[in-house]
Every structure is written in structure tokens, then in C-alpha cells.
Design a protein around this ligand. Structure first.
Ligand code: MSP
Length: 475
């Protein structure tokens, strides 16, 4: 039986979740729901969590005047609750301060060390704590600042342990050649391939000066570099009984900003530890809000919980995922979102379900019409898109089916037809109920909170259910 293992990045806890994080987590959750429906819940594993052994966290705890563990517990709970509030169906939530993770990191470190891929050296470089990484001069902007964090990096000079990433150029290129899906989309794959071909340098994997983190097994004065530790979470989560088989089917969903870590350093670490790399990495794009980059200083950082309180979880999910194709950069417009809610959700799918069910009650006393059994081309196309992770296109197919059903209603004027030719009208109702059934099946993936109400409306073998309002109009 096929298995699927989906992961999101584990998030830094120096701040609360914003809709950029929610976008990644909701997209992963949507893919997970598709696969659960297709291959069974027990064959899909979905893990998310928090990345806690970071200098950012130490600084944030100090700023909040809290003891580090107290701060971490509070923040990890906020992340977990946020995901629960917005309807993320994770199977496990991993924290990198948990014993199961620390043990796995220590084991993998030992394996890599035993391979001869770890050595001690001196590092002098420019370090950005925002990125938790050393930056090359060529990566800095014209002011010598980190372009992502707009801050000058710190000059660090310290003894470090290094990982021989340079040993893995050829095996990595081979892995990419063997499997065109190892990293997608294509644009990211090409970018990473040319990065590998330009020559890989060894990477530092310990911090002598770090105040907090997992101690280096060889030398307790050092802490393991946060990224080396964080990537291993994907394996730590499988230490629970019965999960080992999931590894060969792992898909990492990430943002494009962390592609190198996931498709160069991580597979090389795994190869060194004699573990096969994950099956695939998919890097999505970043989005602006109404054309402007999201940033604290601009005050346009949006909380997913605020949006979901106003419009509901289904609208949040569909609104974000339909704004631009998964894998591309895009824009999320609050104005378009409100309009999407009114026209597509309330006026489109909500109105369609309500109208059809009301009409079946009116003209057929709620008896279930013979639903048309024809294999639906919409459904097949929808599956194809979901399997290619083209979530936006899958959503378009959903709304295309809503339009098809609305056109059937309007073209046949079934409410008039029913008065003059009931058998003909019953056939139309059957076709419409067939459409609603396919939409309901799609809703288990795209609109999970409305799914039950949609199923209830479709009813059982004898009769349809009561008509309900799926999306209350806001205006
Ligand atoms: N802790 C690391 C990941 C370790 S994974 C082993 C990290 N954390 S993060 O919290 O800074 O960001 C995680 C992910 O959030 C990014 O890769 C990206 O997927 C997502 N996003 C953060 N801001 C975003 C946007 N503005 N837009 C889209 N996604 C965004 O990096």
C-alpha cells in the first residue's frame, strides 16, 4: 500500500504565526487531505512543529523578560493552537527541544562523524542571526546588509566543526539526475543545480558562542548549529512505533527561501549517515499583501486567526490558495479576498447547494432524484492537479463545476420545467445532485469545515437533507 509523509518547515518561535506561515501549512494540509481521501488516513503522516534551538529564541525570551523554557513552552503552544484553530490536521507536532529529537540528532551526528565527514576548523565569516546562516559578500546588498533582514551581519570568528558538504557534489548531482521530481518547481531545480555545479564548500555545523542548543556530542563546549539540528526533525518524528516506513515517501513542503538547506545540505547529511534522501522537496513562493511586502515595520503583518474569525477557516484556506499558483510568487489582496468570499463562496457554491436542495424539496418532496452516475471529468482533472500540487488549478476546477451546475439550473429553468414535465425535471435534478456529490467530495479537501454540511444536504439513498446556508454573506 502506498504511503505518504508530508512535512512543513518547523517554524521559529521568536514570533507568532502570520499568514505567510499559514499559507505553507494550509497548502500542505490540503495536499494531505487529498492523499488521506485517496489512500486512507492511516497511510498518510503529516508533521509540523517548532524550531527552538535558535539564537533568535534566546534574544526573544530575553526581550520578553522570560526564562527560556517558559518562553518556548508558551510560544510552541501558541503555534500549535493557531494551527488547530485554523483547521490544520497535523498528526504530530514536533519541538526541537524534545528528548526524542535530541536523541535522533545525537545519533545522526555520530553516524556522520563516524563516516569521517566532520572535522574541526576555524571560521571567520559574516553571520546573520535573522537567517541563522553565514552570508558570502556576494550575497549582501549594496550597504553590506543581509537583503532579507536589512541588517549588517555580525563578524564571527570562532572554532567550528565542519561538515564535508564538498564530498557530496557528485552524489547530489546524481540524485537530481535520477529523479526530475526530487526538487520542484523546475525554476528552483535549475537554480539549485547550478549552485551545486558551481562547487560546494564545507559548512560549519557548530557554534562555540551559542548560549542555547543541543550540545555537540564530541565537544560539549559547542552547540550544534540550529539548521543541522532542525532538518533532522523530519526523521525524529518517525521514531514513534510504526512510522519507519513513511520515510521513503517523504515530501518536504517548504518556502523557496530555505531551498538550499532542504535540497543540498539535508540530502548530503542523510547520504553521509547512510539514509536515503527524502523523495521530494517542493518549494512554494512568497506573496505580497496588496502589492506590498509583509513586514512588521509596515504594520501589514496579518494574523491567520484574525482572518479566520471574520471569514471562517474554509475561506481563509481557499482565499489564500486560490490567489496564485502554488510554487509561484504572488499577491494576496484583502479586497479581492472579501469579494472572493461574497461571489465565489457565498454567491457561488453556497447559493448553488441551497437552491438545488430547496428545489428538490419543493418539487420532489425531498425525494432523492436518481443521481447521474457518469464518471465526472471534473473529478479526474481535479485529482490530476492535486497530484501535481497545482492547488490553484484544482480550485479552479471546483469553481468550474459550480459554474457548470449553475448554468444547468439557468438553462433548463428547472423550476418552470418541473411544473410542466416533472420526469424531465427529475432528470435535471439528478444531474445537479451528481454535480453536488462531486463538489462535496472535493470539499473534504478544499473546504473541510463545510464538508459535513454539504454531505448532510446531499442526504441519503432515499432523500436529500435540509437546505443550509454554507457561507453567510458579510455585506
Ligand atoms: N526554522 C526554519 C525552518 C526549518 S525547517 C527544518 C525557518 N523558519 S521560519 O519560521 O522563518 O519560516 C518557515 C517558512 O515560513 C518559510 O520557509 C516559508 O515557508 C514560510 N514563510 C515565511 N514567510 C513567508 C511569506 N511572507 N510568504 C510565504 N511563506 C512564508 O525558516
Amino acid at each position: 500500500m502506498t504511503k505518504k509523509y508530508f512535512t512543513t518547515p518547523i517554524y521559529y518561535v521568536n514570533d507568532k504565526p502570520h499568514i505567510g506561515h499559514a499559507y505553507c501549512t494550509l497548502a500542505t494540509d490540503t495536499l494531505v487531505r487529498y492523499w488521506r481521501q485517496k489512500i486512507g488516513t492511516e497511510n498518510v503522516l503529516f508533521v509540523t512543529g517548532t524550531d527552538e534551538n535558535s539564537q533568535k529564541t534566546v534574544d526573544a525570551a530575553a526581550k520578553a523578560g522570560q526564562e527560556i523554557h517558559e518562553y518556548l513552552d508558551e510560544m510552541a503552544a501558541i503555534w500549535k493552537e493557531t494551527w488547530q484553530t485554523i483547521g490544520i490536521s497535523f498528526d504530530d507536532f514536533i519541538r526541537t527541544t524534545e528528548p526524542r529529537h535530541i536523541k535522533t540528532v545525537t545519533d545522526i551526528f555520530q553516524k556522520i562523524y563516524a563516516k569521517g565527514d566532520i572535522y574541526k576548523g576555524k571560521y571567520v565569516g559574516k553571520y546573520c542571526t535573522g537567517c541563522e546562516t553565514f552570508l558570502k559578500d556576494s550575497e549582501l546588498d549594496e550597504n553590506g546588509h543581509c537583503p532579507a533582514h536589512r541588517k549588517a551581519p555580525q563578524i564571527l570568528e570562532e572554532d567550528n566543526y565542519f561538515f564535508r558538504l564538498s564530498n557530496y557534489e557528485t552524489p547530489l548531482l546524481k540524485r537530481f539526475e535520477e529523479d526530475p521530481n526530487f526538487l520542484l518547481p523546475e525554476s528552483r531545480r535549475n537554480e539549485i543545480l547550478s549552485f551545486i555545479r558551481s562547487g560546494l564548500e564545507d559548512v560549519s555545523i557548530s557554534r562555540e558562542t551559542a548560549e542555547f542548543g543541543i550540545p555537540l556530542p564530541l565537544d560539549e563546549k559547542h552547540k550544534i548549529y540550529v539548521w543541522f539540528d532542525a532538518l533532522i526533525n523530519y526523521i525524529s518524528a518517525l521514531s514513534t512505533e510504526g512510522r519507519k516506513d513513511f520515510w521513503s515517501e517523504a515530501t518536504h513542503i517548504i518556502g523557496k527561501d530555505i531551498t538550499r538547506f532542504h535540497s543540498v545540505i539535508w540530502p548530503a547529511m542523510l547520504m553521509s549517515a547512510d539514509i536515503s534522501p527524502a523523495k521530494e522537496v517542493f518549494a512554494h513562493g512568497f506573496f505580497t499583501i496588496d502589492g506590498v511586502k509583509m513586514s512588521k515595520s509596515l504594520g501589514n503583518v496579518i494574523s491567520p486567526v484574525d482572518l479566520s474569525e471574520k471569514f471562517g477557516n474554509d475561506a481563509l484556506r481557499m482565499g489564500l490558495l486560490s490567489s496564485f499558483e502554488f510554487g509561484n510568487d504572488g499577491d494576496f489582496s484583502l479586497g479581492n479576498f472579501a469579494q472572493f468570499y461574497e461571489t465565489q463562496l457565498a454567491g457561488g457554491v453556497g447559493n448553488l447547494f441551497n437552491r438545488v436542495i430547496v428545489l428538490i424539496h419543493k418539487f420532489m418532496d425531498g425525494r432523492r432524484p436518481q443521481a447521474s452516475e457518469k464518471k465526472d471529468r471534473h473529478w479526474n482533472r481535479f485529482c490530476e492537479k492535486m497530484e501535481n500540487k497545482q492547488i490553484r488549478q484544482a480550485i479552479e476546477i471546483f469553481f468550474d463545476l459550480v459554474d457548470t451546475a449553475n448554468q444547468t439550473l439557468n438553462k433548463t429553468e428547472v423550476w418552470k420545467l418541473a411544473k410542466i414535465d416533472l420526469p424531465a425535471a427529475e432528470k435535471v435534478f439528478g444531474d445537479l445532485l451528481g454535480n453536488l456529490t462531486v463538489l462535496t467530495k472535493m470539499s473534504e479537501i478544499l473546504l473541510p469545515e463545510s464538508h459535513q454540511a454539504m454531505s448532510d444536504m446531499i442526504g441519503n439513498a432515499e432523500s436529500v437533507g435540509e437546505a443550509k446556508i454554507l457561507f453567510v454573506r458579510q455585506a
